[in-house]
Design a protein around this ligand. Structure first.
Ligand SMILES: [Zn+2]
Length: 211
């Protein structure tokens, strides 16, 4: 049995968590304590409704977070929401580079996206994919900067911010926990195309079959 570290990340001068330090060691510690679980895919009801708020910040949550890091690594993801392993709780983890290639590793419980002023909303139409829509990708315009408020694994209030691909990840994972997939934001035609890509592809990780 491994010692559960009471990990609390530092905050920077503006009050945002510093999630760029000791990434290798922190990610490894989580996934070594965790067990990878199969990934739910589009059509599974747990992905299409808002998850429950987390109210208990104990060992069960710590274990869930460890399992999520293990699952994220097994599926080669850069972010994972709890409902993607079938758990109806507002938690996401991430291991994702920003627009300067800097790696961010962390967890957000009960996340909410911060509404940004129009001048901060510079849209980036890069490709997006999702472990729950395996083998599909589509271009989707999203702001290239994002901020999320929420709590850490101990229940302390936190703020996370990100640029580039990491900004996309923060938005994508928060959307998951509110019951939305990125394909829900696509045009009808692009959504259909993404589902076709999924039907034609074979995921490189274990998924939960839909009934
Ligand atoms: Zn996703």
């Amino acid at each position: 049995m491994a010692q559960q570290e009471n990990e609390v990340l530092k905050v920077d001068g503006d009050g945002y968590v510093v999630d760029t330090e000791d990434c290798e060691a922190r990610e490894l510690a989580h996934r070594e304590r965790g067990t990878a679980r199969p990934i739910t895919v589009v059509g599974n009801p747990v992905l299409h409704r808002e998850c429950k708020d987390v109210t208990e910040f104990g060992p069960e949550l710590a274990q869930l977070i460890d399992d999520m890091f293990a699952s994220q690594r097994a599926a080669e993801g850069v972010g994972l929401a709890a409902n993607q392993i079938g758990v109806d709780q507002k938690v996401f983890v991430y291991d994702c580079p920003d627009d300067e290639g800097v790696r961010h590793v962390g967890v957000v419980v009960n996340p909410e996206l911060v509404d940004l002023p129009a001048e901060r909303r510079i849209l980036d139409d890069s490709n997006e994919g999702c472990l729950s829509v395996p083998t599909a990708y589509a271009s989707l315009a999203r702001p290239d900067y994002a901020e999320v408020t929420g709590q850490d694994a101990q229940g302390n209030p936190i703020k996370v911010r990100g640029t580039g691909y990491f900004a996309r990840c923060l938005q994508h994972e928060t959307d998951h926990l509110h019951g939305f997939l990125y394909i829900d934001k696509l045009s009808k035609r692009d959504r259909k195309d993404a589902l076709r890509q999924m039907a034609e592809g074979t995921p490189r990780y274990e998924t939960v079959p839909n009934d």
